[in-house]
Design a protein around this ligand. Structure first.
Ligand SMILES: NC(=O)c1ccc[n+]([C@@H]2O[C@H](COP(=O)([O-])OP(=O)(O)OC[C@H]3O[C@@H](n4cnc5c(N)ncnc54)[C@H](OP(=O)(O)O)[C@@H]3O)[C@@H](O)[C@H]2O)c1
Length: 420
């Protein structure tokens, strides 16, 4: 059996997660891990720990040769990159939960790990307590992975549950998410879908070996979802969830996006409520496998950080096998999506962008259509980003080119909708 390492930790950040991991480590003496110093930003704040532990000087951790592990849990992604870079350069192992910093700097982070040959673990950065990164990294180590479909942002799932299932207002749902410690310091990151796309970027690396950048992946959050959309979902016995999706197309390229989606009762994601996250991993041989757990909050997030710390005692590291070996995958935008689009009047949406329109409903204050649209048309359209227009993917919304019967359907269905 491999020998357990003694870990001497320099902790950056003492907020929701930082203080959580401090408490958890204090109560887990068997782990052989001791916090020697804690770096925070504001020296004047009262802390629930011995004052001699605290510093505002990065170097008192980074230049301390006894500290062999840096746990980075601050809420500033720019400074987090500075800390992680310096720590790796000094050959200290690093654990982080900072998805924004990781997703936006994949190249740099991979290069640093290679150059300095030190482990950098970040299970808490995706789905909080749910061990999805290590699962993808270790278990699905082949070309059998068909897709990933996940609720990866606890804060938006909490807000959607409160609004759509409990009738709470958007503002009070957001305030509740903030006071429970689920929301990011800047909640716009959550509700815009940006946090989810940061996580999808990390998942794409571990699932398919794809190095992408969050800005290159189409995403939309929950701010445009209208109350009428919830009524439509309820009528159909479905729910609306913010979904991060990666799907292997027939030509072996990968479709990826973060968009609201209707979820049916048959889906494992249907009952994923509040701050819970859930990920369905679709594999060719094993069919669908489902992981679920709390995606945010002090102790769930601390549990993932703790698990990384524990793994480092045995010198665990990500091998990034899919990046270095096997089939090379890349992202594709050449597929269709079946979407529901709701809006106040027809001028808000260009109906000619759709390949076909299958449903059309008009009420006094809201109209909606269900149609098939090429993914590129959707992302390039001027109306996609309009907050007056709600776009929700239909269940099993990805349609491959080969599945389209004939393009002439377009004209017929538009005629049926009475718009030509
Ligand atoms: N909260 C969650 O549920 C959750 C879940 C998954 C991942 N995460 C990630 O975990 C990280 C921490 O989140 P959090 O919710 O714990 O944040 P938080 O409660 O806002 O705490 C942030 C901490 O970072 C410290 N800090 C900020 N800038 C610093 C700097 N330049 N140098 C030293 N310390 C600095 C702050 O110091 P002061 O105390 O002096 O202000 C504070 O202690 C973030 O990357 C977040 O995305 C959080």
């Amino acid at each position: 059996m491999a020998e357990q390492k003694q870990l001497t930790i320099g902790l950056f950040g003492f907020g929701v997660v930082g203080e959580g991991i401090y408490e958890v480590l204090k109560n887990t003496p068997s782990l052989n891990a001791r916090i020697k110093k804690i770096c925070i930003k504001d020296a004047t704040k009262q802390r629930n720990a011995d004052s001699t532990l605290f510093t505002t000087d990065y170097d008192s951790i980074l230049e301390d040769p006894e500290i062999n592990l840096v746990v980075e849990l601050i809420n500033d992604p720019v400074e987090a990159l500075v800390i992680v870079t310096k720590a790796l350069c000094r050959k200290k192992a690093v654990v982080s939960a900072n998805k924004k910093m990781i997703a936006e700097n994949l190249d740099e982070i991979l290069a640093l790990q290679k150059e300095y040959n030190v482990p950098f673990l970040y299970e808490a950065a995706v789905c909080g307590s749910v061990p999805v990164i290590r699962n993808l990294e270790e278990y699905y180590d082949n070309d059998m992975l068909k897709g990933i479909c996940g609720i990866v942002n606890g804060s938006t799932n909490f807000i959607l549950t409160k609004i759509l299932e409990e009738g709470v207002s958007y503002q009070s749902a957001l305030s509740a998410a903030q006071s429970c410690g689920f929301a990011e310091t800047d909640p716009a990151l959550d509700v815009s879908g940006r946090d989810a796309v940061n996580k999808l970027t990390i998942l794409l690396l571990h699932a398919y070996g794809i190095k992408s950048y969050p800005d290159h992946i189409l995403y939309r959050g929950i701010t445009a979802i209208h109350y009428n959309d919830a009524l439509v979902a309820r009528e159909k016995g479905q729910k609306i969830k913010l979904i991060a999706r990666a799907y292997k197309l027939k030509n072996n390229s990968i479709a990826a996006y973060v968009l609201p989606q209707f979820v049916t009762k048959e889906s494992s994601l249907y009952n994923v409520k509040n701050e819970f996250n859930g990920v369905v991993i679709e594999s060719k041989l094993a069919d669908k496998q489902f992981l679920s757990g709390k995606g945010a909050g002090r102790y769930p997030t601390s549990s993932a950080v703790l698990s990384d710390i524990a793994a480092l005692r045995y010198s665990y590291r990500y091998e990034y096998r899919k990046l270095v070996a096997g089939t090379k995958f890349s992202l594709s935008t050449d597929f269709y999506l079946r979407v529901y689009v709701s809006f106040e009047n027809w001028n808000s949406v260009n109906k000619w962008d759709f390949e076909s329109i299958e449903e059309f409903h008009s009420t006094e204050n809201r109209q909606y259509l269900v149609g098939l649209i090429h993914f590129e048309k959707l992302s390039d359209s001027s109306w996609f980003a309009n907050d007056e227009v709600s776009v929700i993917v239909q269940p099993d919304g990805i349609v491959e080119k080969e599945e389209l019967v004939t393009r002439s359907l377009k004209k017929i269905s538009l005629q049926l909708a009475g718009s030509v």
